[in-house]
Design a protein around this ligand. Structure first.
Ligand code: ATR
Length: 279
């Protein structure tokens, strides 16, 4: 059977094996997908071993996404923009890298939550790896404006500059989008969509923004799911926002990986509903 792995540290909590097993079942694909705990200093050697074993593909999660980008023989434009990869195809001894995080986020917002992003005002909170992974695909939906707000404003500025320069984003849709970097504590106007890509909720940090950043009916999205996402989403809900956690993004980014590897689109919506019910 074709072999796939998810590499991370820690990895025990990963739901990817469960999600991909269900995708395989529902699409009639014969494959095996397993977790692999990789020692922090052993990512490169692990990948060489997997290549030698004939493993077909890997998902890569924290903290190895940047190392996966650095090791890849070929990278997609999305990987160049994110400087990180979460989906590796191992083909003829070569590592082909993609990043499906942003695609998964966009699909969860546009298809599952039914909110088309074209022409909207988006606030992206954070400028670390999680934010970098989604900014390119968000720009390609053609919003009116994206503000990247970060505690360390210089990091938001660097991320914005890197995206402004990238040839894959010099297209008509993204060319019309106003892209701005701000400090988290700057005065923010109101937005249609607010996406939390900071690690603040894991640290139990205070809420990052003022409620004036919300419009009635704004969509407030936290890329985390489960308990860490709750304080921010509860606060947003109390201010009249529609709220959504990152479980759909998790399933949709997995579906994009599955499509890259197998050429078949699994019924992500169905798997998301089952996962949500099981939680
Ligand atoms: P990740 O891969 O999860 O994005 P990261 O690259 O370390 O992790 O980035 C963490 C992000 O969360 C950064 O945007 C960070 O802000 P700084 O760039 O100023 O460090 C943000 N972050 C972490 N803790 C935070 C807090 N308590 N309040 C606000 N932002 C926080």
């Amino acid at each position: 059977m074709d072999q796939y792995r998810v590499l991370g540290h820690p990895i025990a909590h990963s739901k990817s094996p469960q999600i991909h097993a269900r995708f395989a079942e529902l699409t009639g694909q014969a494959l095996q997908y397993e977790r692999l705990l990789v020692p922090l200093d052993d990512f490169a050697a692990t990948l060489e071993r997997l290549l030698a074993q004939g493993v077909k593909g890997c998902n890569v999660t924290v903290p190895f996404k940047q190392e996966a980008f650095a090791r890849a023989d070929q990278v997609s434009a999305r990987v160049q923009l994110a400087q990180a990869a979460n989906t590796l195809s191992l083909v003829d001894g070569q590592v082909l890298a993609d990043n499906t995080d942003g695609l998964g986020l966009v699909r969860d917002i546009e298809v599952n939550a039914g909110r088309k992003l074209q022409g909207l005002d988006i606030l992206l909170l954070g400028a670390g790896g999680a934010a970098a992974g989604v900014l390119g695909p968000l720009l390609l939906t053609g919003p009116r404006r994206i503000v990247v707000a970060n505690r360390t404003a210089a990091k938001a500025q660097a991320l914005v500059e890197q995206h402004r320069r990238h040839p894959s984003l010099q297209q008509e849709a993204s060319g019309r989008t106003e892209l701005i970097a701000l400090a988290l504590d700057a005065h923010l106007p109101a937005f249609d969509v607010v996406i939390n890509a900071t690690a603040g909720s894991l640290e139990g940090a205070a809420l990052p923004i003022d409620a004036r950043a919300l419009r009635p009916g704004s969509l407030v999205y936290d890329m985390m799911y489960g308990p860490p996402a709750q304080p921010f989403l509860r606060w947003a809900g109390a201010h009249g926002a529609q709220t959504r956690d990152g479980l759909g993004m998790l399933v949709e980014q997995a579906a994009e990986s599955f499509f890259i590897w197998r050429g078949i689109r699994p019924p992500a919506h169905e798997v998301l509903a089952q996962l949500r019910a099981a939680l």
